[in-house]
Design a protein around this ligand. Structure first.
Ligand SMILES: [Zn+2]
Length: 386
């Protein structure tokens, strides 16, 4: 293909070409398979930049171009020269390949596939592929906006502006599971394909519609919406449960929003008094991150597996309680002496959950060695369902 491109590109005006090639693939791509390639927007096609550029060059010349297949490696002088040319093309470094991509004249650069040829899986592949570079650029902007929002919100609460470095550090807090760290990283970069990610000028109306929440009439379904505003069962109820547990410890609840969810490891919980509250800080980041991540997981399950059927109040109750109890369990296990330097200080664990446990008065002073200690939230039976 590189050789064909070079031949057409180097050709002067009023000079019809007959190109001999041993590549059936190249001939078929440029002839009988081309219509289908263009209909499907070249999605998933390797070397699509090169093919598009070759097509564009062929179309932009007034000369007649004939492609003729010859058997490969038969000593045909032209063929062996072409082999060499192809070799040098194959070894071109990546950024040169990208330049080829950019050179494609916009008028002939078919970005969108025809809607009628767009199956769902093709659409998903397209979304991964479309304008990688532009997406990266845009994402830098999204990340910067998110950082800005976090700095503002944390400043409002703690009266100091964290550096971006501190914010990134906070998303990797060792009290978070690997999944939660990944989730916070993705949210901080605004990378999940939700909400405004679907609003691209070159997307079909059908795809653009995916930016909206199916439950909240036309509202953009971004992470902020999912975590704090969505009216489908889950969001509000999870935060109610978190709030109930938090206030049970005698602290005051502030509703977390997306930016201080990402930065929940930075938010000082004891803001009135000067003295620190390490147990509270740790409980806060566990409670907020686990709750937010659960809301996101419920949303994914609902959309992907459950055809958007909302969860019942009971299900949400059970999922949240199970999540927090599992986290409490993990904390207890982490105090095990055998863990060496990974071991959690028992005092840290006791401090974290102080005031949040079920029948706490009946527990021994060090309850971390007991089995089945539970958080003190009695999952409410749903009134509206009863
Ligand atoms: Zn919604």
């Amino acid at each position: 293909m590189t050789a064909i491109l070079a031949a057409v590109g180097d050709n002067g005006p009023r000079n019809d070409l007959e190109i001999e090639t041993d590549s059936k693939y190249a001939i078929e791509t440029l002839t009988k398979n081309l219509a289908n390639l263009e209909d499907t927007g070249y999605i998933g096609k390797a070397n699509k930049g090169l093919i598009q550029l070759t097509v564009a060059k062929i179309r932009s010349t007034d000369n007649k171009i004939k492609l003729r297949w010859v058997k490969g490696h038969n000593g045909h002088a032209g063929n062996e020269a072409a082999d060499k040319l192809t070799d040098s093309g194959a070894r071109k470094p990546r950024d040169e390949a990208l330049q080829i991509n950019e050179e494609i004249p916009m008028a002939q650069h078919l970005t969108g596939a025809k809607l009628s040829k767009m199956t769902q899986s093709l659409a998903y592949r397209a979304i991964r592929e479309i304008n990688l570079k532009a997406a990266e650029q845009k994402n830098r902007k999204r990340t910067a906006e998110m950082m800005d929002a976090i700095q503002n919100q944390v400043e409002e609460i703690t009266k100091e502006t964290p550096t971006e470095e501190r914010i990134w550090g906070a998303t990797k807090n060792k009290d978070f599971s690997r999944q939660i760290r990944y989730y916070l990283w993705m949210v901080a970069h605004d990378t999940y394909r939700i909400g405004t990610h679907w609003l691209q000028a070159n997307y079909s109306e059908e795809l653009q519609k995916r930016s909206e929440c199916p439950h909240c009439n036309g509202k953009i379904e971004d992470m902020g919406h999912i975590l704090s505003r969505c009216e489908t069962p889950g969001q509000e109820q999870v935060w109610d449960l978190a709030k109930e547990m938090w206030t049970k410890t005698g602290r005051e609840w502030t509703q977390p929003w997306i930016s201080n969810i990402v930065a929940c490891a930075l938010t000082k919980t004891n803001r009135e008094k000067k003295d620190r509250d390490p147990g509270g800080d740790r409980l806060w980041r566990i409670l907020v991150s686990e709750s937010a991540y659960l809301i996101w997981k419920l949303q994914c399950e609902r959309v992907i597996q459950n055809e958007n059927t909302p969860f019942t109040t009971q299900e949400v109750n059970n999922r949240w309680t199970a999540t927090i109890n599992a986290r409490l369990d993990l904390d207890c296990e982490m105090t095990n002496e055998n863990l060496g330097k990974h071991k959690l200080n028992t005092k840290v664990v006791l401090q974290t959950w102080k005031g949040a446990l079920h029948k706490e008065k009946n527990l021994p002073r060090n309850w971390t060695k007991l089995n089945g200690v539970l958080v003190g939230i009695t999952p409410r039976q749903s009134q509206e369902e009863g």
